[in-house]
Design a protein around this ligand. Structure first.
Ligand code: FES
Length: 177
């Protein structure tokens, strides 16, 4: 009886995921021994983010049920890595490294410049939904400072004010055309 109830709860909590998403989860889980399916947590969080743009608390809960993990363990992963969006973000997420080596080479200045240019503070999204600006931990490219990462994929190095202008104006133009 208890197991009937818990399987109903599991089904209800897993509801946010589509069949296609569940198939992608299953592919990731199949890469590990059955008793270590929790190892797929990062890949599954990435899938959620690719499909929904961010990882909501409800999705963390449902993923915990799916992987047989404590919800807090999933939350610890999603909150540790800043590539996971824990709230909706703009079309272009700009992560500017402000860790110490970059601080010494204009990382914070680049972030401030973007705050002024975009008219938002770090952590905010522009009113048109185009840009989210946030500080970032080390991106592994300290020698190229100031550096920023666009949408967790495209690294931009040696970002002088001129290059920041080119980046933002180029992305705005691309959207307008
Ligand atoms: S400290 Fe900025 S990339 Fe390493």
């Amino acid at each position: 009886m208890i197991s009937d109830v818990s399987s109903q709860v599991s089904t209800a909590q897993a509801a946010p995921f589509s069949t296609a998403t569940m198939a992608r989860f299953a592919r990731e889980v199949s890469k590990y021994p059955a008793e270590q399916k929790q190892s797929a947590v990062m890949a599954c969080l990435s899938i959620i983010q690719q499909e929904q743009g961010w990882v909501s608390p409800e999705n963390e809960q449902a993923l915990a049920v799916y992987l047989g993990m404590a919800p807090i363990a999933v939350h610890e992963v999603s909150s540790f890595y800043n590539m996971y969006n824990r709230r909706p973000v703009g079309r272009y997420k700009l992560n500017v490294c402000t860790n110490l080596p970059c601080q010494l080479r204009d990382g914070a200045k680049a972030l401030e410049y973007l705050e002024k240019k975009l008219g938002i503070s770090a952590g905010q999204t522009t009113a048109d939904g185009l840009f989210t600006l946030q500080p970032s931990e080390c991106l592994g490219a300290c020698a190229d400072s100031p550096v920023l990462l666009v949408n967790d994929r495209n690294m931009c190095s040696f970002m002088s004010e001129d290059k920041l202008d080119q980046l933002i104006d180029g992305l705005k133009n691309a959207e307008a055309n």
